[in-house]
Ligand binder design. Structure first.
Ligand code: UDP
Length: 251
């Protein structure tokens, strides 16, 4: 858990109250100092999980950086009377870190998604960021950690994007960060699909209006069950506000 950054507490889950620039500066400092840590990017669904499940909450609160990835988390922060400055999307944070990796001459490993996707993401990212070194890639459908850990370690990657879906990736990072030899791990879910061109982000207008979730719902109606956690989440936050419930994020 990092105490050097300002943070708010949402349902027991620590969310750092940082701008994209501050988040990047923090990660680039950790990278240059060789400080090890993992990054989580909670949306409403993940914070809601943290509220219910102590093990998930501990993993989230053990992150070196935890940024509000969704509009639901940003809104809930305001409901609790502790507004955060901005939404910091994991997909953008991870990509914005790449020029820093190039500048520091460090390499990236991409772990996750269906076979072939991480390769395509690596190809697109190296085209977009000349000088970016990809240490290796592996799909996210391995059975044993031992199938991928030695490869990550031997690759010498300083940063690993871990895209195994939530909460698998968060638990995976905490368990394996040390053994991987990486300095930073970022749990950034479906980002690899976006870098690979397999999935598209919502048009900017949806993002600006805080309706990215709605766009995703239109594209993938099967997500409706998962997305019902968003209104539930905001109602819970309002209920806490009315009853004056206090949350602690101390482990
Ligand atoms: N994924 C994976 N291994 C798994 C489960 C999921 O690599 O065991 C990948 C999946 O292919 C996708 C990414 O994790 O590329 C994010 O999955 P999903 O959209 O379900 O998760 P979310 O980020 O929305 O929680």
């Amino acid at each position: 858990m990092d105490n050097s950054l300002p943070a708010v507490n949402i349902m027991g889950v620590r969310i750092h109250n940082v701008t994209m620039q501050e988040a990047l500066a923090h990660l680039s400092g950790m990278l240059s100092r060789g400080e090890r840590g993992y990054v989580v990017t909670p949306n409403a669904e993940i914070v809601y999980l943290g509220r219910r499940d102590e093990a998930a909450r501990e993993v989230l609160n053990g992150a070196a950086l935890s940024v509000p990835d969704g509009i639901g988390v940003v809104r809930a922060a305001s409901v609790y009377g502790t507004p955060v400055r901005e939404k910091v999307a994991g997909v953008e944070l991870a990509e914005n870190l790449l020029p820093e990796l190039v500048a520091q001459e460090k390499s990236l490993y991409i772990l996750g998604a269906k076979p072939g996707v991480a390769e395509r993401a690596a190809k697109n990212l190296t085209q977009k960021y000349p000088g970016l070194k990809i240490a290796g890639v592996h799909d996210g459908y391995f059975k044993e950690d031992a199938e991928v850990l030695p490869g990550i370690r031997e690759s010498g990657a300083a940063v690993c994007f871990v895209c195994l879906g939530c909460p698998k990736q968060e638990f995976w990072m905490r368990k394996n960060l040390e053994a991987s030899g990486c300095c930073l791990m970022l749990g950034v879910g479906g980002s690899v699909d976006i870098y690979a061109g397999e999935a598209q982000r919502a048009p900017k207008i949806f993002i600006r209006l805080g309706l990215e979730w709605f766009y995703r719902l239109l594209r993938q109606p099967s997500r409706i069950g998962r997305m019902m956690s968003l209104p539930k989440f905001l109602l819970l936050a309002m209920g806490d506000r009315i009853t004056g419930k206090k949350w602690s994020d101390e482990k």
